[in-house]
Design a protein around this ligand. Sequence first.
Ligand SMILES: [Mn+2]
Length: 312
Amino acid sequence: MLNINAKVQRIAVFSHIRPDGDTLGSMLGLANSLISAGKTVEMFCDGEIPDTFCILAGCELINATEFTAYDMLISVDCADIFRLGRYRDVFLAHKKTLNIDHHITNTRFAVENCIRAAASTCEIVYALIKDAGLPVDKRIAECLYSGILTDTGNFAQNNTTKESHIAAAELIGYGLDIEFLSDTMLSLTSKEKLKLIAYGISSMRFYSAERICLILIRQADLDRYGLKNTETDGIIRYAINCKGVLVGICLTESAPDVFKVSLRSKRTVNIANAAAAFGGGGHKQAAGCVLSGPAEEVIERIVRASELEIPL
Ligand SMILES: [Mn+2]
């Protein structure tokens, strides 16, 4: 429940590190609605905001202010406290905090925790806004729709539910340009990124009788195309979309010998277990963790952990 009474006037909302469409859509949708309701809301994200999402209303207000004093702190789409990055300690120290999230692995790190099974956090935020009688307009609807769109992979992934479609349908009713949003958030790709994808595909590795497909992106590969390590989102799709593959893995080197591990699986495999084995988390078919060490050792560890989840 969104319990924001008259005593709560100044609110800070937090999205997770390496922000995606769902965490940003949730933060912006909620913030814009609360601002329309007369609250003072400031938004924080420990990390750069991808250009893709700069079309969303209020995006320029993220990290535009210094963190000061607030009546309430709200995190969105953060499965654990480490997802808040450098805001972890201030969040834990505050006495009025709310954690809104849809990850089954959520650690319930706030005073109040609103954790529900949903394809996206945006669906939960939308339900909370409606229940609280807070305003929704086209700009707010666009933010919330964007999170549903991206977290369901254009409504095509197995996590998509009837409720996702109902929420999306209501939001479209505010006059959204769905082709523009889908192109901007999911389809349009820079030529540098396309070249990285081409490299990633050409160097794919297969393990476990070709049921595991792995893509390794090293810092030198990113440098070659002038891309940042935050710009590899979506490459994993090519690994999991390979016919016969049950687990797709994408390793992105974020610092020398430190790898961000993205995992995707077909529905017979619960890949969240493999991520959790290394202190990560996520969903049954989409999860992640961070591993350090020489690339070949990291690959061996994550392939072995993934293999354990593949049914005989
Ligand atoms: Mn999400």
